[in-house]
Design a protein around this ligand. Structure first.
Ligand SMILES: *[C@@H]1O[C@H](CO)[C@@H](O)[C@H](O)[C@H]1NC(C)=O
Ligand SMILES: *[C@@H]1O[C@H](CO)[C@@H](O)[C@H](O)[C@H]1NC(C)=O
Length: 240
């Protein structure tokens, strides 16, 4: 948040290096890959494209969300749009990554900010297979899901609260599951970094009222991702 450097980490070699610094961004607070080698990155009120198809990689501004309070979470949505969480305002925008157009699509009391640094919705992840958005509210210690319209991103059902007694920061789905016919299916498992609770918990989304199961201890865990490199598949966790 206090530097606009994007850092690449090799999970096997345990090395890291700065790949680029996003000019114009005061700091970085969210990242998601939306297409092969293309990432959306939040920097202040701006959402930037970081393009790894060129060497060295380059960044460019997709759009400044001028009315934003405190952009924090990001999720892929369609193949040309992402959902952007605004922790300061307690809303979600859908941003077209090619056109740069955006609109506020979700707003709910479960996303609203609280706390000394007003922060509400923090981590968010959309799963296309069931058109469901999962999100945490960091200072409400809560975790929620809502069915959304797969085209507009607007609510298509009511918000379900999974818990209100465990801090949640960013989250990620488990590794895709290989099917007998060779195809892959999105994971039914979601993992939540619990920040001040110093852990990573696993949630089985196939049950109505899942209880979080601690699967790792990580000090101040703020995010997680499934490793995709050779030797990392399905068990290469990265939590910072
Ligand atoms: C995105 O998906 C739509 C609908 O499935 C398809 O028509 C379009 O070609 C896709 N765009 C890209 C860039 O893959
Ligand atoms: C927020 O979600 C709750 C639970 O689904 C619902 O009762 C309420 O109407 C929602 N508020 C808004 C403004 O949509």
């Amino acid at each position: 948040m206090n530097s606009a450097a994007l850092i690449s980490i090799d999970l096997i070699a345990k090395t890291s290096s700065t790949v680029l610094t996003i000019s114009g961004a005061p700091g970085l607070s969210g990242i998601v890959k939306y297409a092969p080698d293309l990432f959306a990155v939040i920097g202040g009120k701006g959402v930037y494209r970081v393009d790894f198809t060129s060497n060295p990689p380059k960044s460019s501004l997709i759009k400044t969300i001028s009315e934003a309070g405190n952009l924090n979470g990001l999720s892929t949505f369609t193949n040309e749009s992402v959902l952007v969480g605004d922790a300061g305002k307690g809303v979600v925008y859908r941003l077209d990554v090619n056109k740069g157009t955006y609109e506020q699509v979700l707003k709910n009391v479960t996303m609203a900010p609280s706390g000394s640094i007003p922060f509400g919705i923090d981590g968010l992840r959309y799963r296309a297979s069931d058109s469901t958005l999962w999100y945490t509210n960091i200072f409400k210690n809560s975790f929620h899901r809502v069915l959304v319209d797969p085209v507009t991103g607007k609510a298509a059902g009511s918000v379900t609260t999974l818990w209100t007694n465990l801090m949640g920061d960013d989250l990620c789905f488990g590794p895709a599951v290989q099917q007998a016919d060779g195809s892959t299916k999105e994971s039914a498992k979601v993992y939540v970094a619990t920040n001040g609770k110093n852990s990573l918990v696993e949630v089985d989304t196939s049950v109505q009222k899942p209880s979080p199961k601690t699967v790792a201890t990580v000090s101040g865990s703020t995010s997680c991702a499934v490793g995709r490199g050779e030797g990392e598949g399905g068990c290469g966790w990265c939590c910072v």
